[in-house]
Design a protein around this ligand. Structure first.
Ligand code: C2E
Ligand code: CA
Ligand code: CA
Length: 451
Protein backbone atom coordinates (compact mmCIF):
# COMPACT_ATOMS: atom_id res chain seq x y z
CA UNK A 1 0.00 0.00 0.00
CA UNK A 2 1.47 3.37 -1.03
CA UNK A 3 1.69 6.36 1.28
CA UNK A 4 -1.21 8.08 -0.44
CA UNK A 5 -3.30 4.98 -0.27
CA UNK A 6 -2.65 4.64 3.42
CA UNK A 7 -3.58 8.29 3.95
CA UNK A 8 -6.82 7.79 2.01
CA UNK A 9 -7.65 4.65 3.95
CA UNK A 10 -6.96 6.37 7.26
CA UNK A 11 -9.00 9.34 6.20
CA UNK A 12 -11.84 7.08 5.12
CA UNK A 13 -11.59 5.12 8.35
CA UNK A 14 -11.70 8.34 10.42
CA UNK A 15 -14.71 9.57 8.50
CA UNK A 16 -16.45 6.26 9.12
CA UNK A 17 -15.67 6.44 12.81
CA UNK A 18 -16.97 9.98 12.98
CA UNK A 19 -20.15 9.04 11.10
CA UNK A 20 -20.74 6.07 13.33
CA UNK A 21 -20.08 8.25 16.36
CA UNK A 22 -22.51 10.89 15.08
CA UNK A 23 -25.15 8.28 14.39
CA UNK A 24 -24.86 6.93 17.88
CA UNK A 25 -24.33 10.14 19.84
CA UNK A 26 -25.69 13.05 17.82
CA UNK A 27 -29.20 14.15 17.14
CA UNK A 28 -29.48 14.24 13.35
CA UNK A 29 -31.85 17.22 13.18
CA UNK A 30 -30.06 19.65 15.48
CA UNK A 31 -26.54 18.26 15.52
CA UNK A 32 -26.64 18.49 19.32
CA UNK A 33 -25.69 15.60 21.56
CA UNK A 34 -28.53 13.11 21.72
CA UNK A 35 -30.26 11.30 24.51
CA UNK A 36 -27.80 8.46 24.94
CA UNK A 37 -24.82 10.79 24.73
CA UNK A 38 -26.09 13.11 27.46
CA UNK A 39 -27.19 10.19 29.59
CA UNK A 40 -23.64 8.79 29.42
CA UNK A 41 -22.23 12.21 30.22
CA UNK A 42 -24.41 12.52 33.31
CA UNK A 43 -23.58 8.99 34.48
CA UNK A 44 -19.90 9.87 33.94
CA UNK A 45 -20.14 13.00 36.08
CA UNK A 46 -22.03 11.10 38.74
CA UNK A 47 -19.33 8.49 39.08
CA UNK A 48 -16.45 10.98 38.77
CA UNK A 49 -15.21 11.41 42.32
CA UNK A 50 -13.43 14.66 41.52
CA UNK A 51 -16.69 16.28 40.45
CA UNK A 52 -17.93 18.48 43.32
CA UNK A 53 -21.24 19.54 41.91
CA UNK A 54 -23.17 19.76 38.69
CA UNK A 55 -26.61 20.78 37.58
CA UNK A 56 -29.09 19.48 35.05
CA UNK A 57 -31.74 21.57 33.32
CA UNK A 58 -34.55 19.67 31.66
CA UNK A 59 -36.23 22.04 29.21
CA UNK A 60 -39.42 21.66 27.23
CA UNK A 61 -40.97 24.19 24.84
CA UNK A 62 -44.46 25.22 25.96
CA UNK A 63 -47.34 24.33 23.63
CA UNK A 64 -44.93 23.21 20.93
CA UNK A 65 -47.51 20.71 19.81
CA UNK A 66 -49.63 23.59 18.59
CA UNK A 67 -46.82 24.73 16.27
CA UNK A 68 -46.65 21.25 14.77
CA UNK A 69 -50.41 20.89 14.51
CA UNK A 70 -50.87 24.29 12.96
CA UNK A 71 -47.93 24.38 10.55
CA UNK A 72 -46.84 20.82 10.06
CA UNK A 73 -43.66 19.09 11.07
CA UNK A 74 -41.43 20.84 8.60
CA UNK A 75 -41.97 24.22 10.25
CA UNK A 76 -41.84 22.51 13.64
CA UNK A 77 -38.44 21.08 12.75
CA UNK A 78 -37.14 24.47 11.71
CA UNK A 79 -38.24 25.96 15.01
CA UNK A 80 -36.41 23.14 16.81
CA UNK A 81 -33.26 23.84 14.80
CA UNK A 82 -33.36 27.56 15.64
CA UNK A 83 -33.83 26.84 19.33
CA UNK A 84 -31.08 24.21 19.20
CA UNK A 85 -28.69 26.73 17.68
CA UNK A 86 -29.46 29.23 20.43
CA UNK A 87 -28.84 26.62 23.08
CA UNK A 88 -25.66 25.45 21.37
CA UNK A 89 -24.26 28.94 21.92
CA UNK A 90 -24.29 28.16 25.65
CA UNK A 91 -21.82 25.31 25.23
CA UNK A 92 -18.46 25.66 27.03
CA UNK A 93 -15.96 23.20 28.49
CA UNK A 94 -18.32 22.95 31.45
CA UNK A 95 -21.65 23.08 29.70
CA UNK A 96 -23.08 20.38 27.50
CA UNK A 97 -26.35 20.76 25.58
CA UNK A 98 -28.41 17.89 24.20
CA UNK A 99 -31.68 17.36 22.43
CA UNK A 100 -33.37 14.73 24.50
CA UNK A 101 -36.18 14.13 22.05
CA UNK A 102 -39.06 16.03 20.43
CA UNK A 103 -39.02 19.50 21.92
CA UNK A 104 -37.09 18.45 25.03
CA UNK A 105 -33.55 19.55 25.76
CA UNK A 106 -31.11 18.78 28.52
CA UNK A 107 -28.34 21.10 29.62
CA UNK A 108 -25.66 19.81 31.99
CA UNK A 109 -23.51 22.30 33.86
CA UNK A 110 -20.38 20.93 35.47
CA UNK A 111 -19.15 22.80 38.58
CA UNK A 112 -22.29 24.88 38.50
CA UNK A 113 -21.82 26.27 42.00
CA UNK A 114 -24.78 26.77 44.30
CA UNK A 115 -28.40 25.88 43.64
CA UNK A 116 -29.20 29.59 43.49
CA UNK A 117 -26.67 30.23 40.74
CA UNK A 118 -28.00 27.20 38.85
CA UNK A 119 -31.51 28.56 39.07
CA UNK A 120 -30.49 31.97 37.76
CA UNK A 121 -28.68 30.27 34.89
CA UNK A 122 -31.92 28.43 34.12
CA UNK A 123 -33.80 31.76 34.05
CA UNK A 124 -31.25 33.08 31.56
CA UNK A 125 -31.75 30.01 29.38
CA UNK A 126 -35.49 30.58 29.48
CA UNK A 127 -34.93 34.17 28.29
CA UNK A 128 -33.12 32.80 25.24
CA UNK A 129 -36.16 30.78 24.22
CA UNK A 130 -38.52 33.73 24.59
CA UNK A 131 -36.82 35.74 21.83
CA UNK A 132 -38.98 35.87 18.73
CA UNK A 133 -38.38 33.17 16.14
CA UNK A 134 -38.85 34.23 12.54
CA UNK A 135 -39.29 31.75 9.72
CA UNK A 136 -40.11 33.52 6.49
CA UNK A 137 -43.42 35.25 7.07
CA UNK A 138 -44.07 33.43 10.29
CA UNK A 139 -43.28 34.68 13.76
CA UNK A 140 -43.31 32.63 16.91
CA UNK A 141 -43.08 33.82 20.46
CA UNK A 142 -42.54 30.67 22.43
CA UNK A 143 -41.87 30.00 26.08
CA UNK A 144 -40.16 27.18 27.86
CA UNK A 145 -40.65 25.30 31.10
CA UNK A 146 -37.56 24.08 32.89
CA UNK A 147 -36.93 21.52 35.63
CA UNK A 148 -33.72 21.82 37.65
CA UNK A 149 -31.73 19.30 39.72
CA UNK A 150 -28.47 19.81 41.56
CA UNK A 151 -25.88 17.17 42.37
CA UNK A 152 -25.12 16.08 45.09
CA UNK A 153 -28.43 17.06 46.79
CA UNK A 154 -30.81 15.32 44.40
CA UNK A 155 -30.78 11.84 43.00
CA UNK A 156 -29.04 8.56 43.63
CA UNK A 157 -27.75 7.92 40.11
CA UNK A 158 -27.44 9.65 36.76
CA UNK A 159 -30.74 8.27 35.49
CA UNK A 160 -32.41 9.14 38.78
CA UNK A 161 -31.26 12.75 38.37
CA UNK A 162 -32.75 12.88 34.88
CA UNK A 163 -36.01 11.43 36.15
CA UNK A 164 -36.16 14.05 38.89
CA UNK A 165 -35.32 16.87 36.50
CA UNK A 166 -38.25 15.63 34.42
CA UNK A 167 -40.50 15.72 37.49
CA UNK A 168 -39.40 19.29 38.23
CA UNK A 169 -40.18 20.14 34.61
CA UNK A 170 -43.62 18.63 35.05
CA UNK A 171 -44.08 20.88 38.07
CA UNK A 172 -43.31 23.92 35.92
CA UNK A 173 -45.88 22.79 33.38
CA UNK A 174 -48.54 22.19 35.99
CA UNK A 175 -48.00 25.52 37.69
CA UNK A 176 -48.79 27.43 34.53
CA UNK A 177 -45.76 26.86 32.24
CA UNK A 178 -43.06 29.39 31.34
CA UNK A 179 -41.37 28.62 34.67
CA UNK A 180 -38.23 27.27 36.29
CA UNK A 181 -38.80 24.71 39.07
CA UNK A 182 -36.24 23.12 41.33
CA UNK A 183 -36.78 19.47 42.23
CA UNK A 184 -38.32 18.86 45.64
CA UNK A 185 -38.79 15.62 47.54
CA UNK A 186 -42.54 16.04 47.52
CA UNK A 187 -42.70 15.83 43.70
CA UNK A 188 -42.67 12.06 43.67
CA UNK A 189 -45.81 11.89 45.75
CA UNK A 190 -47.38 14.72 43.74
CA UNK A 191 -46.75 12.87 40.50
CA UNK A 192 -48.48 9.81 41.87
CA UNK A 193 -51.39 12.01 42.95
CA UNK A 194 -51.63 13.53 39.49
CA UNK A 195 -51.73 10.13 37.86
CA UNK A 196 -54.41 9.05 40.28
CA UNK A 197 -56.38 12.23 39.59
CA UNK A 198 -56.14 11.80 35.83
CA UNK A 199 -57.38 8.24 36.12
CA UNK A 200 -60.36 9.56 38.06
CA UNK A 201 -61.04 12.16 35.35
CA UNK A 202 -61.12 9.51 32.66
CA UNK A 203 -63.46 7.36 34.70
CA UNK A 204 -65.73 10.31 35.47
CA UNK A 205 -65.88 11.23 31.79
CA UNK A 206 -66.90 7.69 30.89
CA UNK A 207 -69.48 7.70 33.70
CA UNK A 208 -70.95 10.99 32.54
CA UNK A 209 -70.17 12.77 35.81
CA UNK A 210 -69.38 16.13 34.21
CA UNK A 211 -72.09 18.71 33.73
CA UNK A 212 -72.38 22.32 32.67
CA UNK A 213 -73.44 25.41 34.55
CA UNK A 214 -74.44 28.54 32.75
CA UNK A 215 -73.63 32.07 33.87
CA UNK A 216 -75.91 34.78 32.46
CA UNK A 217 -74.50 37.73 30.55
CA UNK A 218 -76.52 40.91 30.79
CA UNK A 219 -76.86 43.89 28.53
CA UNK A 220 -75.27 46.67 30.59
CA UNK A 221 -77.82 49.37 29.79
CA UNK A 222 -81.10 47.46 29.69
CA UNK A 223 -80.09 44.74 32.18
CA UNK A 224 -81.72 42.08 30.01
CA UNK A 225 -80.15 38.66 29.54
CA UNK A 226 -78.27 38.31 26.25
CA UNK A 227 -76.64 34.97 26.71
CA UNK A 228 -74.91 32.51 29.00
CA UNK A 229 -71.39 31.20 29.38
CA UNK A 230 -71.12 27.43 29.68
CA UNK A 231 -68.81 26.40 32.52
CA UNK A 232 -67.84 22.83 33.25
CA UNK A 233 -68.50 21.29 36.65
CA UNK A 234 -67.47 18.08 38.30
CA UNK A 235 -68.49 16.98 41.73
CA UNK A 236 -66.25 14.02 42.41
CA UNK A 237 -66.99 11.48 45.12
CA UNK A 238 -63.32 11.47 46.16
CA UNK A 239 -62.15 14.99 45.32
CA UNK A 240 -65.28 17.03 46.01
CA UNK A 241 -66.03 20.00 43.76
CA UNK A 242 -63.10 20.10 41.32
CA UNK A 243 -61.78 23.39 40.01
CA UNK A 244 -62.57 23.73 36.28
CA UNK A 245 -59.08 25.15 35.72
CA UNK A 246 -57.55 22.02 37.17
CA UNK A 247 -59.91 19.74 35.28
CA UNK A 248 -59.26 21.39 31.90
CA UNK A 249 -55.52 21.57 32.46
CA UNK A 250 -55.33 17.88 33.24
CA UNK A 251 -57.64 16.99 30.37
CA UNK A 252 -55.26 18.89 28.07
CA UNK A 253 -52.29 17.06 29.45
CA UNK A 254 -53.98 13.68 29.10
CA UNK A 255 -55.08 14.41 25.55
CA UNK A 256 -58.68 14.03 26.68
CA UNK A 257 -59.49 17.65 25.86
CA UNK A 258 -60.55 16.88 22.28
CA UNK A 259 -63.21 14.39 23.32
CA UNK A 260 -64.20 16.40 26.37
CA UNK A 261 -64.33 19.59 24.30
CA UNK A 262 -66.63 17.88 21.81
CA UNK A 263 -68.91 16.81 24.60
CA UNK A 264 -69.01 20.37 25.98
CA UNK A 265 -69.84 21.78 22.54
CA UNK A 266 -72.66 19.30 22.02
CA UNK A 267 -74.10 19.77 25.49
CA UNK A 268 -74.00 23.57 25.39
CA UNK A 269 -75.36 23.84 21.84
CA UNK A 270 -78.18 21.43 22.59
CA UNK A 271 -79.00 23.44 25.72
CA UNK A 272 -79.22 26.78 23.96
CA UNK A 273 -81.24 25.21 21.15
CA UNK A 274 -83.81 23.93 23.66
CA UNK A 275 -83.97 27.27 25.48
CA UNK A 276 -84.40 29.27 22.30
CA UNK A 277 -87.11 26.94 21.03
CA UNK A 278 -89.27 28.15 23.89
CA UNK A 279 -88.90 31.88 23.38
CA UNK A 280 -89.10 34.44 20.65
CA UNK A 281 -86.25 36.33 22.32
CA UNK A 282 -83.12 34.31 21.53
CA UNK A 283 -79.98 34.18 23.63
CA UNK A 284 -76.46 33.06 22.83
CA UNK A 285 -74.18 30.53 24.43
CA UNK A 286 -70.51 31.28 25.00
CA UNK A 287 -68.30 28.20 25.04
CA UNK A 288 -64.68 28.10 26.22
CA UNK A 289 -62.37 26.51 23.68
CA UNK A 290 -58.94 25.19 24.55
CA UNK A 291 -56.16 26.11 22.14
CA UNK A 292 -55.37 22.45 21.63
CA UNK A 293 -58.97 21.94 20.57
CA UNK A 294 -58.93 24.91 18.20
CA UNK A 295 -55.78 23.78 16.43
CA UNK A 296 -56.80 20.17 16.28
CA UNK A 297 -57.39 19.19 12.67
CA UNK A 298 -61.03 19.26 11.65
CA UNK A 299 -62.23 21.42 14.55
CA UNK A 300 -64.34 23.66 12.33
CA UNK A 301 -65.85 20.72 10.49
CA UNK A 302 -66.71 18.98 13.73
CA UNK A 303 -68.26 22.13 15.18
CA UNK A 304 -70.37 22.68 12.08
CA UNK A 305 -71.56 19.08 12.13
CA UNK A 306 -72.54 19.43 15.79
CA UNK A 307 -74.73 22.47 15.24
CA UNK A 308 -76.18 21.03 12.03
CA UNK A 309 -77.19 17.84 13.80
CA UNK A 310 -78.93 19.92 16.44
CA UNK A 311 -80.39 22.40 13.99
CA UNK A 312 -78.80 25.41 15.72
CA UNK A 313 -77.70 28.47 13.80
CA UNK A 314 -74.04 29.53 14.36
CA UNK A 315 -75.13 33.05 15.28
CA UNK A 316 -76.11 31.71 18.72
CA UNK A 317 -72.67 30.33 19.45
CA UNK A 318 -69.75 32.39 20.72
CA UNK A 319 -66.39 30.66 21.04
CA UNK A 320 -64.25 32.02 23.85
CA UNK A 321 -60.52 31.67 23.54
CA UNK A 322 -57.79 33.00 25.76
CA UNK A 323 -55.34 35.25 24.12
CA UNK A 324 -52.18 33.24 24.16
CA UNK A 325 -49.07 33.68 22.12
CA UNK A 326 -50.70 31.53 19.54
CA UNK A 327 -53.37 33.91 18.48
CA UNK A 328 -50.92 36.70 17.97
CA UNK A 329 -48.17 34.83 16.27
CA UNK A 330 -49.76 32.08 14.34
CA UNK A 331 -51.16 32.98 10.98
CA UNK A 332 -52.95 29.66 11.06
CA UNK A 333 -54.80 30.67 14.23
CA UNK A 334 -55.99 33.80 12.52
CA UNK A 335 -57.20 31.91 9.47
CA UNK A 336 -59.13 29.41 11.61
CA UNK A 337 -60.77 32.31 13.42
CA UNK A 338 -61.54 34.07 10.14
CA UNK A 339 -63.18 30.92 8.85
CA UNK A 340 -65.30 30.60 11.99
CA UNK A 341 -66.43 34.22 11.79
CA UNK A 342 -67.23 33.75 8.11
CA UNK A 343 -69.42 30.81 9.05
CA UNK A 344 -71.32 33.04 11.48
CA UNK A 345 -69.87 32.10 14.85
CA UNK A 346 -68.99 34.75 17.39
CA UNK A 347 -65.43 34.87 18.69
CA UNK A 348 -64.57 36.28 22.10
CA UNK A 349 -61.11 36.97 23.43
CA UNK A 350 -61.24 35.77 27.02
CA UNK A 351 -59.32 37.17 29.99
CA UNK A 352 -58.33 40.21 27.98
CA UNK A 353 -55.72 42.30 29.70
CA UNK A 354 -53.75 39.42 31.16
CA UNK A 355 -50.79 37.62 29.65
CA UNK A 356 -49.89 38.54 26.15
CA UNK A 357 -52.93 40.45 25.11
CA UNK A 358 -52.51 43.79 23.51
CA UNK A 359 -54.73 46.19 21.71
CA UNK A 360 -52.75 45.53 18.56
CA UNK A 361 -54.47 42.14 18.36
CA UNK A 362 -57.64 43.82 17.48
CA UNK A 363 -56.07 45.05 14.28
CA UNK A 364 -55.42 41.53 13.02
CA UNK A 365 -58.12 39.44 14.57
CA UNK A 366 -61.68 39.36 13.35
CA UNK A 367 -63.08 38.92 16.85
CA UNK A 368 -66.60 39.92 17.76
CA UNK A 369 -66.24 40.24 21.51
CA UNK A 370 -63.63 41.06 24.07
CA UNK A 371 -63.89 40.01 27.69
CA UNK A 372 -62.04 42.21 30.13
CA UNK A 373 -60.49 40.11 32.84
CA UNK A 374 -61.78 40.22 36.40
CA UNK A 375 -58.44 41.59 37.61
CA UNK A 376 -59.16 44.93 35.90
CA UNK A 377 -62.75 45.05 37.00
CA UNK A 378 -61.51 44.56 40.55
CA UNK A 379 -59.30 47.58 40.24
CA UNK A 380 -61.64 50.11 38.68
CA UNK A 381 -63.21 51.50 41.81
CA UNK A 382 -59.97 52.58 43.43
CA UNK A 383 -57.49 52.56 40.60
CA UNK A 384 -57.83 55.36 38.10
CA UNK A 385 -55.27 53.73 35.83
CA UNK A 386 -57.47 50.63 35.47
CA UNK A 387 -60.38 52.94 34.70
CA UNK A 388 -58.41 54.67 31.99
CA UNK A 389 -57.34 51.32 30.62
CA UNK A 390 -60.91 50.11 30.34
CA UNK A 391 -61.81 53.39 28.73
CA UNK A 392 -59.08 52.88 26.12
CA UNK A 393 -60.06 49.27 25.47
CA UNK A 394 -63.70 50.22 24.96
CA UNK A 395 -62.81 53.07 22.61
CA UNK A 396 -60.59 50.92 20.40
CA UNK A 397 -62.96 47.95 20.46
CA UNK A 398 -66.01 50.01 19.55
CA UNK A 399 -64.16 51.58 16.68
CA UNK A 400 -63.86 48.09 15.24
CA UNK A 401 -67.44 47.11 16.10
CA UNK A 402 -66.30 44.73 18.84
CA UNK A 403 -68.50 44.29 21.90
CA UNK A 404 -66.86 44.62 25.30
CA UNK A 405 -67.82 42.33 28.16
CA UNK A 406 -66.70 42.95 31.73
CA UNK A 407 -66.16 39.76 33.71
CA UNK A 408 -66.30 39.21 37.44
CA UNK A 409 -68.48 42.20 38.24
CA UNK A 410 -69.39 41.75 41.88
CA UNK A 411 -70.48 45.17 43.18
CA UNK A 412 -72.90 47.85 42.26
CA UNK A 413 -70.24 50.57 42.15
CA UNK A 414 -68.22 48.52 39.68
CA UNK A 415 -71.28 48.14 37.53
CA UNK A 416 -71.93 51.88 37.49
CA UNK A 417 -68.41 52.72 36.46
CA UNK A 418 -68.52 50.10 33.70
CA UNK A 419 -71.83 51.48 32.52
CA UNK A 420 -70.34 54.96 32.40
CA UNK A 421 -67.34 53.64 30.45
CA UNK A 422 -69.80 52.18 27.94
CA UNK A 423 -68.95 48.55 28.48
CA UNK A 424 -71.63 46.65 26.56
CA UNK A 425 -72.15 43.45 28.52
CA UNK A 426 -71.84 42.53 32.17
CA UNK A 427 -71.05 39.12 33.64
CA UNK A 428 -70.50 38.51 37.32
CA UNK A 429 -71.92 37.71 40.72
CA UNK A 430 -73.51 41.16 40.93
CA UNK A 431 -76.08 39.95 38.42
CA UNK A 432 -75.83 36.20 38.78
CA UNK A 433 -73.57 33.31 39.68
CA UNK A 434 -73.30 30.37 37.27
CA UNK A 435 -76.61 28.48 37.40
CA UNK A 436 -78.01 25.12 36.38
CA UNK A 437 -79.74 24.72 33.05
CA UNK A 438 -83.10 24.54 34.79
CA UNK A 439 -82.52 27.80 36.61
CA UNK A 440 -81.65 29.51 33.33
CA UNK A 441 -84.86 28.15 31.82
CA UNK A 442 -86.77 29.72 34.70
CA UNK A 443 -85.09 33.09 34.30
CA UNK A 444 -85.96 33.02 30.62
CA UNK A 445 -89.54 32.10 31.39
CA UNK A 446 -89.84 34.97 33.85
CA UNK A 447 -88.19 37.46 31.54
CA UNK A 448 -89.77 36.53 28.23
CA UNK A 449 -93.24 35.17 27.90
CA UNK A 450 -93.83 32.35 25.43
CA UNK A 451 -94.50 33.54 21.91
P1 C2E B 1 -63.30 31.86 32.58
O1 C2E B 1 -63.56 31.42 31.17
O2 C2E B 1 -62.64 33.17 32.76
O3 C2E B 1 -64.69 31.81 33.32
C1 C2E B 1 -65.12 32.77 34.23
C2 C2E B 1 -64.85 32.32 35.63
O4 C2E B 1 -65.12 33.37 36.53
C3 C2E B 1 -65.76 31.16 36.04
O5 C2E B 1 -65.01 30.36 36.92
C4 C2E B 1 -66.86 31.89 36.81
O6 C2E B 1 -67.54 31.07 37.72
C5 C2E B 1 -66.06 32.96 37.50
N1 C2E B 1 -66.85 34.14 37.85
C6 C2E B 1 -67.89 34.66 37.18
N2 C2E B 1 -68.35 35.78 37.78
C7 C2E B 1 -67.55 36.00 38.85
C8 C2E B 1 -67.53 37.01 39.89
O7 C2E B 1 -68.29 37.95 39.91
N3 C2E B 1 -66.55 36.89 40.82
C9 C2E B 1 -65.67 35.86 40.82
N4 C2E B 1 -64.77 35.81 41.79
N5 C2E B 1 -65.68 34.90 39.87
C10 C2E B 1 -66.61 34.96 38.90
P2 C2E B 1 -65.02 28.79 36.82
O8 C2E B 1 -66.36 28.27 36.46
O9 C2E B 1 -64.38 28.31 38.06
O10 C2E B 1 -64.07 28.49 35.59
C11 C2E B 1 -62.73 28.75 35.66
C12 C2E B 1 -62.08 28.63 34.33
O11 C2E B 1 -62.04 27.29 33.87
C13 C2E B 1 -62.76 29.41 33.23
O12 C2E B 1 -62.40 30.76 33.32
C14 C2E B 1 -62.22 28.72 32.01
O13 C2E B 1 -60.93 29.19 31.70
C15 C2E B 1 -62.11 27.28 32.47
N6 C2E B 1 -63.31 26.55 32.03
C16 C2E B 1 -64.49 26.41 32.65
N7 C2E B 1 -65.34 25.68 31.91
C17 C2E B 1 -64.67 25.35 30.79
C18 C2E B 1 -65.00 24.60 29.63
O14 C2E B 1 -66.13 24.11 29.46
N8 C2E B 1 -64.03 24.46 28.67
C19 C2E B 1 -62.79 25.03 28.82
N9 C2E B 1 -61.90 24.85 27.82
N10 C2E B 1 -62.46 25.74 29.88
C20 C2E B 1 -63.38 25.91 30.87
CA1 CA C 1 -64.53 32.22 29.51
CA1 CA D 1 -62.48 34.90 31.51
Amino acid sequence: MGKDEIATTVHFYNAMVKRTYDLVYKDPLSGLANRSSITNHIEGLYSDETCQNFGILFLDIDDFRVVNDAYGHEVGDRVIVIISNRLRELTTDQIEVARFGGDEFIIVIQDCGTIASLESFAEAVKDEIVKTIVIGELQFNLNASIGVVHYPEHGISGSDLIKKADMALNKSKLSGKNKVSLYEMSFMAELEDTMEFQKAILKAFKNNEFYLNYQPLYHAKTQTILGVEALIRWHSASYGQVSPFKLIQNAEEMGLIIELGDWILKEACQFIYEINKEHEQKIKVSINISMIQLFNKGFTKQLVSIIEDIGLSPEYVILEMTETIMIESLQRGISIIEELVELGFGIAIDDFGTGYSSLSYLKHLPVTELKIDRAFVNGIVHNSFDQKLINAIVTVAHEKGIHVVAEGVEYENQYHILLREEVDIIQGYYFSKPLSGNQIAQIMKAEYKKP
